[in-house]
Design a protein around this ligand. Structure first.
Ligand code: SAM
Ligand code: SF4
Ligand code: SF4
Length: 362
């Protein structure tokens, strides 16, 4: 653990590459009811897999106290993730606690959640009532056979679509749908997914299949570069490039064009997240808190910092903030940029054991 920083607190802290801390992703469970082959392959995450015991998980109070420290250091957006976050019992209680936090200027935070959608139809209203503003739902295609094969637990598309509709009906805004594109698996779903969500107010985002973790058997030839996703969409719907809506945004935005070649706002937009082919480490402002309170500074990190030990010690809030500030100030991670400098054949063979996506959250 680095020595405490001497920075001015309640002010944004910068890392070693001058990147501010802005987003905090909090994994609330390492468990999931899906077995997506790119994330929690069944062969590894089988019924005897040693998930974390409940006592190792940060409690809601511990998460909220830690989040408050991050907010003092510049965090303005919190995303709950997992595993499947809606499997964490009473998640609404945590959402209500986080929704009550305020920035040093007295503003509420932007609170969102990423879910596989399986429990959303049941929970959308209570999540909204607890203070959740937005939601991102993962859905890898509309073809039921392909989707059932990808989630590997035979879960139907219709139930996820019902979850998205329930989220809209509950008044959750800026709903996004994430589709991980795997060449040779669901690439034919790109255009049907765009056709389905165009004009519905839902923003569809295509994510390049990433070499995260060490269990998914990732291969570069299964990545369909975002540039090709855009090419395929352009063949059916003309698109216009849009500006980023926030610094450090992971997705490049494209709007559906009207006959004049301008953005037709009513038809909406799509996004592509090119984590593999176009690294965006330069303005990466995201910190990740694992289910058991380890702080990770990069999705591809192999080691975290044990914040749980700090939160469970008798450290004051101020000292906790100082410790987190010092960790962030020492950060120089830029894995995706470095990956793009490596020869392609070495991409699939991580030199170090990497943390799993289901543990750290997406
Ligand atoms: N269970 C929730 C879900 O699926 O939305 C939240 C956790 S999941 C780890 C978060 C996001 O990471 C999902 O959108 C998922 O599709 C994405 N993801 C998981 N493994 C990935 C991989 N290897 N490459 C790209 N995206 C991945
Ligand atoms: Fe579960 Fe989400 Fe990972 Fe799929 S991507 S296995 S739904 S955590
Ligand atoms: Fe951020 Fe790491 Fe991803 Fe680069 S590789 S964008 S530093 S999480």
């Amino acid at each position: 653990m680095p020595s405490p920083a001497t920075s001015v607190l309640n002010a944004p802290v910068l890392d070693a590459r001058s990147r501010a801390l802005h987003d905090l992703r909090i994994s609330v469970t390492d468990r999931c009811n899906f077995r997506c082959s790119y994330c929690m392959p069944k062969e590894v995450f089988h019924k005897d897999y040693p998930y974390l015991p409940h006592s190792d998980l940060l409690s809601f109070e511990e998460i909220t106290r830690t989040a408050q420290a991050f907010v003092a250091l510049g965090v303005r957006k919190i995303r709950l993730t997992g595993g499947e976050p809606l499997l964490r019992k009473n998640i609404e209680v945590l959402i209500a606690q986080l929704a009550a936090l305020r920035t040093p200027e007295g503003q509420a935070l932007d609170i969102t959640l990423t879910t596989n959608g399986s429990l959303l139809a049941r929970k959308a209203q209570s999540l909204k009532d607890a203070g959740l503003q937005r939601v991102t739902v993962s859905l890898d295609g509309l073809d039921d056979a392909i989707f059932r094969q990808m989630n590997d637990v035979d879960f139907p598309v219709a139930d996820v679509l019902a979850g998205i509709e329930a989220a809209q009906a509950a008044g959750l805004s800026s709903i996004k749908v994430n589709m991980v594109v795997k060449r040779g698996t669901n690439e034919h779903e790109i255009v049907p997914m765009a056709r389905h969500f165009r004009g519905t107010g839902v923003t569809l985002r295509f994510i390049e299949y990433m070499d995260v973790g060490a269990t998914n058997g990732w291969r570069m030839d299964e990545v369909l570069p975002s540039a090709q996703v855009i090419e395929r969409l352009q063949a059916e719907f003309p698109l216009v490039a849009l500006d980023a809506s926030a610094p450090g945004e992971t997705a490049q935005r494209w709007g559906y064009a009207n006959a004049q070649g301008q953005h037709d706002v009513g038809s909406g937009e799509i996004g592509v997240i090119s984590s593999v082919t176009q690294a965006f480490c330069g303005d990466c402002n995201r910190a990740r808190l694992s289910t058991e309170g380890q702080l990770y500074l990069c999705l591809f990190a192999s080691q975290g910092y044990d914040l749980r030990a700090l939160v469970r010690s008798d450290l004051s809030d101020e000292a906790l903030r100082q410790q987190i500030a010092a960790i962030w100030q020492g950060r120089s991670d830029r894995y995706s940029e470095l990956r793009s400098l490596l020869p392609t054949e070495s991409h699939a063979t991580p030199a170090r054991k990497r943390v799993e996506m289901s543990y750290i959250g997406g």
